[in-house]
Ligand binder design. Sequence first.
Ligand SMILES: Cc1cc2nc3c(=O)[nH]c(=O)nc-3n(C[C@H](O)[C@H](O)[C@H](O)COP(=O)(O)O)c2cc1C
Length: 319
Amino acid sequence: MYVLNRRMFQRGKDNNFFWFHEQSNIFFHVKVYLCYIKENSMTVNEAYLIYFSPTHTSKQIAEAIVHGTGIKNILPINVTQQAAGEIVIPASALAIIVVPVYGGHVAPLAMERLQGIRGLDTPTVLVVVYGNRAYEKALMELDAFAIPHGMKVIAGATFIGEHSYSTDEHPIAVGRPDDSDLALAAEFGKKIRKKIETADAMDTLYPVDVRAIKRPSQPFIPLFRFLRKVIKLRKSGTPLPRAPWVENESVCTHCGLCVVRCPAGAITKGDELHTDEAKCIKCCACVKACTKKARVYDTPFATLLSDCFKKQKQPQTIL
Ligand SMILES: Cc1cc2nc3c(=O)[nH]c(=O)nc-3n(C[C@H](O)[C@H](O)[C@H](O)COP(=O)(O)O)c2cc1C
C-alpha cells in the first residue's frame, strides 16, 4: 500500500504511483466520453418499410436492408396493391422506401401511391431497383418526392432486380437480386444503423445528396446497339403489346391469382382471359404469378434488352 505523500504526485520515470495515477485519469476520461456518446447517440426503434413491388425484387431488397439494420419493430407499408393513405412517420423512426424503375423513372403507380406519406424530418433511405439497363432519373425523382414530404434522406442506393420482361428465351438479369446483392443490401442496412448511432443528435445526422451516387459503368458498344435497334423498331411501326395476354386459353384454370397480384386492377375475377389495356402497367406480375404459364408478355424489347445488357451491373450505395 502506498502512503500518500507529495513525492508520489511528482512526475518521474521511477515513480510507479504517479504512472498508475496518470493512467487511471485517462481511463476515467475514456469512461466519461463513452458514457457521453451512449447518452447522446441517436437510436431508432422502429422502421417503416415502404415498397411497391409487383414482381417482388424490390421487396426482397427492402427486407434485406431492414434486417441488416437490426431494427426489430418493422412496420411494412406495401403500396403494390393500394395507396399508403395518410401516414405520418415520426422523426424517431427510420423510413426505407424501395421502388422499381420503369422507363428510367420511378414506376408512376408507385409514385402515386406514396403521396399520402409524410415525415417529420424523419431519417429516410431511398432505393430504386432496376432491371440491369439503367435507372436514369429515378433516384433523383424519389429524392424530389421525399424532401418536400418531410423526409431527411440519410442514405440512398440503386439495386438490380430481374427484369419484369425477362423470359426463359430472353433472360435479363435472371435471379437478381442474388445472394451477393442481398448480402450487400444487409451490409448497407448495418451501415445505416451505424450512421444513426454515431450521430449525437438529429442535426448531426447528415443528409446525403443522392445525385453524387456512382453510376454503374455501361459499355458503349452494347448501349449504341440498343439505341440503334430501338430507333429501328420504332421506325418499323411494329405494334408493341399493350398488355400481357393468355396465349392458350385452355391452360388457364381461372384460379384468380393474376387478379389478386395485378397492382392496377386490370384483370377481373371470372374474366381472367381479358386484360384491361387502359389500366395495365405492364409490370408482368400476372405473368410471373401464373403457375400454369398461361399468361405471356412477349415484347420485342425483351430481345433487345437481353442482347444488349448482358454485362451484369452492380448495386451502388451512398450514405
Ligand atoms: C414497364 C417497365 C419499365 C421498365 N423500365 C426499366 C428501365 O427503364 N430500366 C431498367 O433497368 N429496368 C426497367 N424495368 C425493369 C424493372 O425495373 C425491374 O424488373 C425491377 O426489378 C422490377 O421490380 P419489382 O420486382 O419490385 O416489380 C422496367 C420494367 C417494367 C415493367
